[in-house]
Design a binder for this molecule. Structure first.
Ligand code: ZN
Length: 346
């Protein structure tokens, strides 16, 4: 071949430039007989030469200003193209909100990561409505061409960085599917050196909720640290997660045993009802901060949220959301014992 096309050597710049492949070069073969196909802006599919052991979606930039994972994904694409990273899985690479990436913003009109599972259909317009539908369709096509989930596993790793600091700097959010927490995911997260896992107890409208619920994927949203502009990320900080994603797509055994993450479960949600809503926390309080029992955490007219357990922690506090939306999650640690005993799915 005459050198890999630009979208493989620098997928990030190509996508930011809103470039299109030359007519007959949208698809082809790169190193090790891996077939590639550019499917549209920010969407790239790879198929290994040998029978794939799994179908994997790796996404980044669902929030446009969460740059480090986007850079990691772009480097991974280049390494697959030149043969530095062997591929054992079918792989769909997704750069989520490209317009927001260009504007260095989380989103332009609506948070893309609240628009999946058909939620985009309820919007009347805005930049993210069409993008959510496009990503759902591309993901659905990718899994429609995959082996059944019980024959070859389906995975989705959606990489983010958090707005605020966290007691556990890198953590994972698992969507609520009604199925037990997959042990393969627990193992993978430990090898990615993820310190904490947060189990959702209600279905949301995130990208990983969509792939887990609709397509049977083992899915997680990774929060890998704080947001910085393109080029200002210390990518070494993301090494463990990057290596784990690469090991997953290459089907390589993890290098060494790693400690299991601590597991937390959402026990309550604080919803902002009116503009009178007040949250009794400093604006920069880290995620997973332990709350004082008895504290009046939130007030909104007659409504009060009072901390009643010893070990409640706050995640994603945000009093400036629109009324009707989530202003914070209350989580408690789940012991291995309760995890084994609790029938999930109710
Ligand atoms: Zn994000």
């Amino acid at each position: 071949m005459t050198g890999a096309p630009g979208f493989l050597t620098d997928f990030l710049s190509f996508s930011l430039a809103d470039a299109r492949p030359v007519a007959d070069r949208a698809g082809g073969e790169c190193a090790h007989g891996v077939r590639f196909q550019w499917l549209g802006p920010g969407l790239l599919q790879f198929e290994p030469e040998a029978k794939p052991v799994a179908s994997v979606v790796v996404s980044a930039g669902v929030h446009g200003d969460e740059t480090a994972p986007i850079e990691l994904v772009s480097r991974m694409v280049a390494d697959i193209a030149r043969g530095a990273l062997p591929l054992a899985c079918r792989l769909l690479v997704v750069l989520g909100n490209i317009e927001a990436m260009r504007a260095a913003r989380r989103y332009l009109d609506d948070d893309l990561n609240r628009l999946f599972c058909g939620a985009h259909a309820r919007l009347h317009g805005g930049s993210e409505k069409a993008r959510a539908a496009t990503l759902e369709a591309a993901t659905a096509r990718f899994f429609a061409q995959a082996a059944p989930a019980d024959a070859a596993p389906r995975w989705h790793i959606d990489m983010h960085t958090a707005i605020r600091a966290s007691v556990f700097e890198q953590f994972a959010l698992l969507p609520h599917t009604g199925r037990a927490l997959p042990s393969a995911m627990l193992d993978w997260l430990s090898h990615a050196r993820i310190a904490a896992i947060l189990l959702h107890t209600a279905a949301g409208t995130t990208y990983t909720q969509f792939t887990a619920q609709t397509h049977g994927a083992i899915a997680c949203t990774l929060e890998l640290g704080k947001v910085r502009p393109f080029g200002q990320n210390d990518l070494s900080h993301f090494d463990a997660a990057d290596r784990a994603v690469r090991a997953l797509v290459a089907n390589l055994a993890p290098e060494s045993a790693a400690p299991m993450p601590r597991v937390f479960t959402v026990v309550d949600q604080i919803t902002k009802r009116t503009d009178a809503f007040e949250l009794a926390l400093a604006s920069d309080v880290p995620n997973f901060t332990v709350l004082a029992k008895g504290q009046v955490l939130a007030r909104d007219g007659e409504y009060r949220y009072i901390v009643t357990r010893d070990d409640e922690r706050i995640v994603f506090p945000n009093p400036s959301v629109k009324p009707g939306l989530r202003a914070g999650l209350i989580v408690v640690e789940t012991t291995a014992e309760t995890l084994a005993r609790t029938p999930r799915g109710s």
